[in-house]
Design a protein around this ligand. Structure first.
Ligand code: MN
Length: 240
C-alpha cells in the first residue's frame, strides 16, 4: 500500500517530469485550437511584440494584460489543481468542459482561472499587427448568410460586447453548425455550453482602461483594426 508521503512525492516527481518534457509545452503561435497543454499549465508567449498592436491596443495594456492578468490565471489554475490533485493529464478544454467531474472545492477556481487561461490564449491569437479588414472566402459567405452582411454582423457583435454588464467577453461562435453571437460573463467560455469560439473580444476593463478609460465603444472600434481574420477563418475551416 502506498503511504501518503510516498503518494505526494510521486505526484511531485510526475509534475516535474511533465514540466521538463518539451512536447508538453505548447506555444500560442502554433497552438491553434489547444492553448496550453496539460497540467501544470504554462503562460503561452505572445505571438507578437507587446507594442505590435499599437496604436489600437497600447503596449502597456498588453504587457499588464498578458504578463500579469493572464499569468495570474495560469498560476491560480495550477495552484487549484495541485492542491486538489485534480489536474492529471487533462487539457484545458477537457477541464473546462467537464467542471462537474472536478472536486466541488476547486470547481469555481477552475471555472474562473481555467476559463481565463483558455480565453486569453485564444484572444492573443485572434489579433495581429496590421489586422482588421474583412474576412474572405467561406467564412465571409457564412457571415453573410448568418447576419445579412459584414456591416450588420459587426453591429450585432458590438451590441453584444456593449451589453456585457461588468466583466466578460463577446463571441462569434459555431453552435449546432451555425454562426451565432453571444456574450459570456466573467471568464466563462462558450466551450462550456457546447459552442466553438471563433472570435472573441475581452471587454474586462483591464483590456482597455489605461488607454480608453470608460469608453468601451472606442476600444471596440479600435479593436476591429487588429482582428486576425486568418486565424478565425482557420478555426472555421476546421469546424466539426
Ligand atoms: Mn483579460
Amino acid at each position: 500500500m502506498m503511504t501518503r508521503r510516498h503518494a505526494i512525492r510521486t505526484t511531485a516527481v510526475a509534475v516535474i517530469a511533465a514540466a521538463a518534457t518539451p512536447h508538453i509545452v505548447t506555444h500560442a503561435a502554433s497552438a491553434g485550437n489547444a492553448p496550453g497543454a496539460s497540467s501544470p499549465f504554462t503562460l503561452p508567449k505572445l505571438p507578437y511584440a507587446e507594442d505590435a498592436l499599437e496604436p489600437h491596443i497600447d503596449a502597456q495594456t498588453m504587457q499588464i494584460h498578458h504578463g500579469r492578468h493572464h499569468a495570474a490565471y495560469v498560476s491560480n489554475l495550477n495552484k487549484a489543481l495541485a492542491d486538489s490533485q485534480a489536474g492529471g493529464s487533462r487539457s484545458i478544454e477537457e477541464l473546462i468542459q467537464n467542471l462537474n467531474s472536478l472536486p466541488e472545492s476547486v470547481r469555481t477556481a477552475v471555472r474562473n482561472n481555467g476559463g481565463g487561461h483558455y480565453n486569453h490564449s485564444l484572444f492573443w491569437q485572434m489579433m495581429k499587427k496590421n489586422g482588421g479588414g474583412e474576412p474572405r472566402g467561406e467564412l465571409a459567405k457564412a457571415i453573410e448568410s448568418g447576419f445579412g452582411n459584414f456591416s450588420d454582423f459587426k453591429t450585432k457583435f458590438n451590441e453584444a460586447a456593449t451589453k456585457v454588464f461588468g466583466s466578460g467577453w463577446a463571441w462569434l461562435v459555431l453552435q449546432d453548425g451555425k454562426l451565432a453571437i453571444l456574450g459570456t460573463p466573467n471568464q466563462d467560455t462558450p466551450l462550456s455550453t457546447g459552442a466553438q469560439p471563433l472570435l472573441g473580444v475581452d471587454v474586462w476593463e483591464h483590456a482597455y482602461y489605461l488607454k480608453y478609460q470608460n469608453k468601451r465603444a472606442d476600444y471596440l472600434s479600435a479593436w476591429w483594426n487588429v482582428v486576425n481574420w486568418d486565424f478565425v477563418a482557420e478555426r472555421f475551416s476546421k469546424r466539426a
